[in-house]
Design a protein around this ligand. Structure first.
Ligand SMILES: Nc1ncnc2c1ncn2[C@@H]1O[C@H](COP(=O)(O)OP(=O)(O)OP(=O)(O)O)[C@@H](O)[C@H]1O
Ligand SMILES: [Mg+2]
Length: 339
């Protein structure tokens, strides 16, 4: 059966409110997608299905104080603590880094592909990874790449709502997330990891910070080997040194050098519908971009591309638009001034 037939069935059963047949058709489509290697789509569908089943279960009347009552409260609390749950199509080809960083990331992914072999030799699997470095250099992107390469669901943790002014609450929230997420065998992504340091400011009690750090240390120590934690920060110095030591891998994301800027430009223009002018102007633009983040360089390039397309339309030109390097250079200079 083709994917369209499944979709037709799903539409029909959905509109008929035939829950049972709808679930069967959805499960068949998930199976079909797995077999036709649309793994990401299958995972997303599976996650939607699971979530909906869970909520349906929770929306039935339950007796206060019963076990399901507590489960329901816990689920709601857990959902407040996470920012989003996602799957990813990003791959290594979407990320520009130094050779060394790429090697480290590839090794990490390889290790998780080879979990069974490593287990056979009773070897521990690296599953706690710290990304650090300046803003806009690919920390969040690299976490998407890992989720994409490993076909795992990623839970993005809302650190803002975890760090609480109430005494003892931050530790409890952290434990809640880890318990739930590790039972789902996914990647826990904690962005702005350094904001845990805020506990120090929130709390009058100096013991609170220590407690939070100890909780994280414990949660890390008991993390199942199949779960992964990725933490990202651009203020590594704010982190407690005991905490730093617990990460199995520690990867720095730096501002791009000339070769990496060239690679980023190529990546951004990959679809080939827009051209760059002659090579000579490329060299000088790369020099102008040095010192800026990947994000700023890419964003200014995209702005320059849009303006070049508009100019092309206004001039009624039929040739392929070419990036106006003067416009781009001005944008880059403005960006540098704003640093
Ligand atoms: N190394 C890179 N290779 C390719 N594109 C990149 C890279 N770094 C950043 N970008 C581009 O910039 C965007 C923003 O980068 P990202 O969110 O990964 O930065 P970050 O390091 O997490 O920054 P922050 O510390 O502010 O969270 C990416 O979605 C991507 O389009
Ligand atoms: Mg980020």
């Amino acid at each position: 059966m083709s994917q369209f037939n499944y979709i037709k069935d799903i539409a029909k059963f959905g509109l008929d409110n035939d829950q049972e047949k709808l679930l069967t058709a959805l499960n068949e489509l998930i199976e079909h997608s797995k077999q036709t290697k649309k793994i990401n789509f299958a995972l997303q569908l599976q996650s939607i299905l699971k979530e909906s089943l869970r909520q349906n279960k929770a929306s039935n009347l339950v007796k206060a104080g019963s076990e399901s009552h507590f489960n329901r409260i816990e689920d709601r609390e857990y959902n407040d603590l996470i920012l989003e749950k996602l799957t990813s199509d990003y791959r290594f080809k979407n990320l520009v880094t130094s050779e060394e960083t790429k090697r480290e990331l590839e090794l990490f992914v390889k290790e998780h592909h080879a979990v069974d072999i490593l287990r056979k030799y009773n070897l521990p699997i690296a599953n706690k990874i710290l990304f650090h470095g300046p803003s806009g250099c690919g920390k969040t992107l690299a976490s998407y790449v890992i989720a994409g390469e490993l076909n795992k669901i990623m839970v993005v943790v809302n650190l803002g709502s975890i760090v609480s002014s109430k005494l003892g609450e931050t530790s409890k929230n952290l434990a809640k997330i880890f318990r739930k997420a590790s039972s789902e065998d996914c990647i826990i992504f904690i962005d702005e990891f350094d904001s845990l340091g805020k506990v120090r400011d929130y709390s009058q009690d100096h013991g609170e910070m220590k407690r939070v750090v100890n909780t994280i240390l414990q949660l890390f120590d008991y993390l199942p080997q199949s779960s992964i934690v990725i933490a990202a920060t651009n203020q590594k110095d704010m982190l407690d040194s005991a905490l730093m030591r617990r990460f199995d891998v520690n990867i720095k994301f730096d501002l791009p050098n000339e070769a990496q800027i060239a690679e980023l430009i190529e990546l951004t223009l990959r679809n080939g519908k827009i051209k760059l002018p002659a090579k000579s102007s490329l060299k000088s633009i790369i020099k102008a971009a040095l010192g800026l983040s990947y994000y700023s360089i890419q964003r200014t390039l995209i702005t320059a591309i849009k303006r070049s397309i508009f100019a092309n339309i206004e001039n009624k030109s039929i040739t392929t638009p070419t990036v106006d390097m003067k416009v781009w250079k001005l944008l880059l200079e403005a960006e540098k001034k704003a640093l």
